[in-house]
Design a protein around this ligand. Structure first.
Ligand code: C5P
Length: 443
């Protein structure tokens, strides 16, 4: 495949492939815009695509018969795929579903569209469109990487409301944006799939355990699910992710480096070791606030004469505040790094408590959860959050993320953390604000 040049579309022979996504209804407008831009357009539809939009519509708009079948006796010498593969200067698939991406990524040739894609020498571009969870799945991420390796250029997907009611990344780019994307150099349009590539993200997750003696400890109910979901979401966007994990019963997300720790002091040590070369540091661990002043060498015995027992506890260091302080000290040499994101699990006065933590711990952004709500927070699969940012002006920015699966919420949090990081590092602002005003309910 040759490298796509930034070229006008006049006279360009474009083969528009349409696969079975609800966004196929936008392909009619796309075909029209391509024609308007002066391109010659022929359309190939997968079988499923015809359930969303009829070949007749595309035929009327392009003035060309629409091909749908690999075994088409009408096609030149019965070799429609070769004929089309040679004819095309550009293959544009919009929408490209998760299934089509998977088939193309693995060299399948089981219908006309996939077969001609294997046979063509044309520039190949696709506009992915699917549910946000499907887009966020590591399998789709791997397929996207693999396709880029084969020379495909991905335009989008966009982020926002989805036809299925979800909110997140996976919407097909609007037809106008696709046409504009075809006219820009590939380097100018990074994909969502790898927009965190080159960045290093560190996440702390799970509880800490503070030993009392060789067999007992103090801990809490944190499952680690939120921190693991954040690590997975950051890795899915191409970041190098290190996950500093307390003891949890969770599998390490694909592509994530896991550093296992037990106590708060161990977590602090691990965090300090990696924070220096982290661009974003997310403290999601439920760190025990106190530890035993001394750990008994032998198992503590039940006292026969006393009904009570006194444990002397000492305060644990605040890990995230320490990382934020280290970052502030190093800021003299350049933009403050890492961008520090904390969590606040509260049972009352959510916003006031979270704001207090944001300022006191000198965080850039805080994710506040109301853990008094049934079915949300600790141990649950769902969570809701209020995001707050610190900035010089008196009113910090805020954004509410409604109750949703932790995996989806994690994507939204990573999205906002990346925006905030970029705002502070590339837009010259000094505090943790994201570049655009944060939107209600939308990453
Ligand atoms: O003060 P609180 O525990 O509510 O603050 C929560 C935030 O601070 C979380 O981001 C948590 O990971 C972090 N934290 C920490 N070290 C501690 C206590 C909390 O990093 N010792």
């Amino acid at each position: 495949m040759s490298q796509l040049a930034a070229a006008p579309l006049t006279g360009k022979r474009i083969l528009l492939g349409i696969s079975a996504g609800i966004a196929a209804y936008k392909s009619a407008l796309l075909a029209r815009l391509l024609k308007k831009a002066g391109a010659e357009v022929r359309v190939v539809m997968t079988e499923g695509a015809q359930a969303f939009i009829t070949p007749l519509t595309l035929q009327a708009l392009t003035g060309e018969s629409v091909r749908t079948s690999l075994l088409d006796p009408e096609a030149e010498a019965g070799m429609g795929h070769i004929e089309l593969a040679r004819w095309a200067e550009l293959v544009l698939i919009a929408p490209a579903t998760a299934d089509l991406m998977a088939r193309l990524a693995h060299g399948h040739a089981d219908d006309l569209l996939t077969t001609l894609c294997l046979a063509t020498d044309a520039d190949c571009v696709m506009a992915p469109a699917m549910n946000q969870a499907m887009w966020g799945h590591p399998a789709t991420h791997d397929n996207a990487r693999r396709l880029e390796g084969y020379g495909w250029r991905l335009l989008g997907p966009d982020s926002g409301d989805q036809a299925c009611g979800d909110v997140g990344a996976g919407r097909m780019l609007e037809p106008e944006a696709i046409v504009a994307g075809l006219s820009t150099a590939p380097e100018a349009t990074p994909t969502v799939a790898d927009d965190a590539r080159g960045l290093s993200v560190t996440v702390t997750a799970g509880p800490t355990r503070e030993a009392l003696d060789p067999v007992r400890y103090l801990s809490n109910h944190s499952s680690g699910k939120m921190g693991y979901a954040l690590a997975a979401a950051a890795a899915a966007r191409g970041a190098r992710v290190r996950l500093i994990s307390g003891p949890v019963a969770l599998a390490t997300p694909p592509g994530v480096e896991r550093i296992d720790v037990t106590s708060a002091l161990e977590m602090l040590e691990a965090a300090r070791q990696v924070a220096g070369d982290s661009d974003i540091f997310i403290g999601c661990a439920a760190v025990a606030d106190y530890r035993a002043e001394r750990i008994a060498e032998h198992k503590l015995k039940k006292s026969t004469g006393e009904d009570t027992m006194t444990l002397k506890l000492v305060k644990n260091p605040d890990i995230i505040a320490t990382i934020a302080e280290d970052a502030a000290k190093s800021a003299a040499a350049g933009p403050r790094r890492p961008y520090v994101v904390g969590f606040a699990a509260e049972t009352c006065d959510l916003e006031a408590q979270a704001r207090d933590k944001l300022e006191r711990k000198r965080l850039d952004m805080i994710v506040a959860n109301d853990v008094s709500q049934a079915g949300l927070g600790f141990g649950a699969d769902d969570n809701a959050a209020l995001l707050l940012w610190r900035r010089a002006a008196s009113e910090p920015a805020r954004s509410e993320l409604p109750a949703q699966r932790k995996a989806r919420l994690a994507e939204a949090v990573i999205d906002q953390a990346l925006r905030g990081y970029r705002a502070t590092h590339f837009d010259g602002t000094s505090a943790g604000m994201p570049p655009a005003a944060p939107q209600q309910d939308s990453p």
